[in-house]
Write a protein that binds this ligand. Structure first.
Ligand SMILES: [Zn+2]
Length: 198
């Protein structure tokens, strides 16, 4: 029997027009994701980049699993105390703060050697990449996020790579979208896979 995914028009419609992921199509066709991917290649249908896959996820009605979920007062207290302890032990947040005199450079357990800090790179990019004129977040394509915030910040596209100085590797996104994007990126990095996105 001929499989649906072996028909270019059908596959194009599923992947491009309907914006389904290869994993979703594979599930519906009861085949492996690899099979779908190889047919996409065979038909010359371009695979979505990680960033595009994310936008597609939002378009398909993706809802941030942390939306409207809050920590209990007890756990909030615990988090704050743990964090305080961390800073007392000499931790320096990469985005802010001047190191204590006795924690500078090689004395700092977090010293990264020659690696440039995040702040200088972000400043470098900020000068070279302007915010979207329409004010839309490049992740959710909306002006306002779930918390009705409109401010956009720089977000690094691909955490699998190291921070780069290429403005193309960055996007402007809401803080909430950025956080969640980074969280997923870290997860992917840990698992070294993009499996559910593309
Ligand atoms: Zn957003």
């Amino acid at each position: 029997m001929e499989k649906l995914y072996q028909d270019r028009d059908w596959l194009y419609n599923q992947y491009i027009t309907l914006g389904k992921s290869a994993s979703e199509i594979a599930e519906e066709c009861e085949c492996s994701k690899q099979t779908i991917l190889s047919w996409l290649i065979k038909f010359g249908i371009e695979r979505r980049s990680l960033n595009e896959a994310w936008k597609q996820k939002y378009k398909n009605g993706y809802i941030n699993p942390f939306k409207d979920k809050h920590h209990t007062p007890e756990s909030r207290k615990l988090i704050s105390e743990t964090r305080k302890q961390k800073f007392e032990n000499g931790y320096i947040h990469p985005m802010c703060g001047n190191p204590r005199e006795d924690m500078k450079n090689d004395k700092n357990p977090n010293w990264k050697g020659d690696e440039a800090g995040v702040i200088p790179i972000h400043n470098y990019i900020r000068i070279r990449k302007s915010k979207p004129e329409d004010g839309k977040c490049e992740l959710c394509s909306k002006v306002m996020d779930e918390k009705e915030k409109t401010e956009l910040e720089l977000s690094f596209l691909d955490h699998i790579k190291k921070y780069t100085r290429n403005p193309e590797d960055y996007q402007y996104a809401h803080h909430s979208c950025h956080l969640h994007y980074d969280k997923e990126q870290r997860f992917l990095k840990r698992n070294k896979t993009y499996s559910n996105l593309n």
